[in-house]
Design a protein around this ligand. Sequence first.
Ligand SMILES: NC(=O)c1ccc[n+]([C@@H]2O[C@H](COP(=O)([O-])OP(=O)(O)OC[C@H]3O[C@@H](n4cnc5c(N)ncnc54)[C@H](O)[C@@H]3O)[C@@H](O)[C@H]2O)c1
Length: 452
Amino acid sequence: MTRIAVIGCGYVGAVSAACFAELGHHVDCIDTDEVRVALLRQGRSPIHEPGLDALLRKGIDAGRLTFGSDYPGRFQARIVFIAVNTPEAQEGAADIRWVRDAVATVAVRLRPGSIIVNKSTVPIGTGELVAGMAERAGAEAFAVVSNPEFLREGSAIADFMKPDRIVLGGDDPAAIARVAALYAPLDAVVQCTDIRTAEMIKYASNAFLATKISFINEIASICETLGADVEQVARGMGMDQRIGGQFLRAGLGWGGSCFPKDVKALAHMAAIHGAHPQLLRSVVEINSDQRLRVLQKLRHALGTLEGRHIAVLGAAFKANTDDIRNSPAIELATLLALEGAHVRIYDPVVAPPRIAAAAPLVEVAGSLEACLVGADAAAIATDWSEFRTMDLAAAAHAMRGSLVVDTRNCLDPDAARAAGLDYRCIGRPVEERPKSTAPGVLPPLTAATGGQ
Ligand SMILES: NC(=O)c1ccc[n+]([C@@H]2O[C@H](COP(=O)([O-])OP(=O)(O)OC[C@H]3O[C@@H](n4cnc5c(N)ncnc54)[C@H](O)[C@@H]3O)[C@@H](O)[C@H]2O)c1
């Protein structure tokens, strides 16, 4: 058992801390957000992450997991993880002021022989900056190790416990070995490298995954033009082991707290050092265009968005998380509202006040039915299972119109059409139906127009 400290108890810090405690380590966690700490102390996760509450309680009950908002005079732990936020700043640069603050506070509290382990996603060169800060703060015989995190929200515990690889970067082999030992029970592949390369692996990985999604979204647009089915195309491509099927789902595009900022930060780093990141810029552009393409689908099918009542199903940036940072669903709802639509949005997990704060032009519904009732159209924006498995006949009955734009391709087109819905999706051939002429007035459902 090793005593470690984790600074920052958000999606990465809370999960890492609970998992390290599960591996048998003693973990002291610090977060400056007192509300978050109060919840965590009770074994309650401040974020929606399947399995996290149980793991927190287990660690706390075993006496291996503590939470506080005050830094100790001196850390008992000799390995201190930094897991604070690194959001997007101007021009796409990564804003590392929270890393700087955390390191400044940590550095003066370290025992000799300590290791600062950076788990936050940080610009290449930050490891050296951290080392310089710690040295100037008087830290003795310390090391800095980069240990980027690859977990996905929604499956974070499984991802932490069964990682594809653990990346450790640094120039002190003994320090790297001490950090690697923390993960020994996982029996995972550990890639040891220099600190800049470790930092770069994280950005390159996220940029590649975002590229895969933008790629398949571009293919989806071409499929729509040429009459091919992107779902089958992705399946056929994904079976090729050189390509792989993951992150090859056409949809509303990527979002969340990582891909948008990380792709932009990598492009920014490249640009300010004289490189020309044209692929990364296209990846970002295709992603923004994808929202506009969905907007256009709705506008085209309804004739106009002005005055239309539109139900947006989902606010989280993807299913199984309550993270709405850079959520495509919120962006779509806001774009619709800006074009004059009356937008109602519902999410099974995200608390309504958080949605209202992020999308002030939009009405928030408390249930799926309340969201759909009287709507001229619905857009499925997050592939929650509640939407995938919804009673389509009941949905058709609740709505005033029949248009459903499934931006996540998560419904069965035949079942949706059989329920009387005018079903549209992404990158799959659909029958066109006549446009209505006035807001709120859709032609009655018939076999011909009902999307059979
Ligand atoms: N969210 C993900 O899925 C994910 C996955 C891999 C990597 N990352 C990276 O991990 C880092 C953290 O991401 P997150 O989503 O967990 O962020 P988050 O915003 O959910 O959590 C960050 C936490 O750090 C706390 N904090 C900030 N400054 C502090 C300080 N000086 N002392 C103590 N606590 C402080 C905040 O109060 C907050 O609770 C980011 O760099 C992110 O890019 C995130």
